[in-house]
Design a protein around this ligand. Structure first.
Ligand SMILES: [Fe+2]
Ligand SMILES: [Fe+2]
Length: 147
């Protein structure tokens, strides 16, 4: 599994968060966290909170721009969190369990089915809306400034 420019949505904030999520997943799959002396539980917990934060940022972009497919997008996020939480539960039951393959499957599905379609569509809508309201270079800037 490799990061590819094809996953870019054109929204700077969304893209940087996606890359960060991808990097965290690569870390889990490659068991790199062990080299840093970290526990899988810690890594997964951070992953969950970062992903939730990312989803809330996307929600703000959708709300701000009046995105018509917001409900479907939210449903997809909820579905993805369910899968992630199921993996988290497995690790809590058995921290020594190797979840690399399952994590890889979940993230591959997320990249191919959510990022490539839904996130791109949302980012495009947001860009058009920014142009409409006269802010050409404001990709995600409302959120970045609001943090
Ligand atoms: Fe999304
Ligand atoms: Fe996303």
């Amino acid at each position: 599994m490799e990061w590819s420019p094809k996953y870019l949505t054109g929204n700077a904030l969304v893209d940087s968060e996606h890359e960060q999520i991808f990097a965290m997943v690569t870390d889990v799959i490659g068991q790199k966290f062990k080299e840093r002396g970290e526990k899988i539980e810690t890594v997964i917990n951070f992953f969950v909170s970062y992903t939730l934060q990312h989803f809330s940022h996307e929600l703000k972009l959708m709300e701000d721009s009046g995105y018509p497919e917001i409900q479907e997008h939210k449903r997809q996020h909820a579905e993805y969190m369910e899968k992630v939480n199921a993996l988290k539960a497995k690790i809590e039951t058995d921290p020594n369990r190797d979840i690399s393959v399952e994590v890889g499957d979940v993230i591959a599905d997320w990249l191919e089915n959510h990022v490539l379609c839904s996130d791109k569509k949302m980012a495009l809508h947001y860009r058009d809306w920014m142009k409409e309201v006269g802010n050409e270079d404001g990709f995600g800037a409302t959120i970045l400034m609001g943090l």
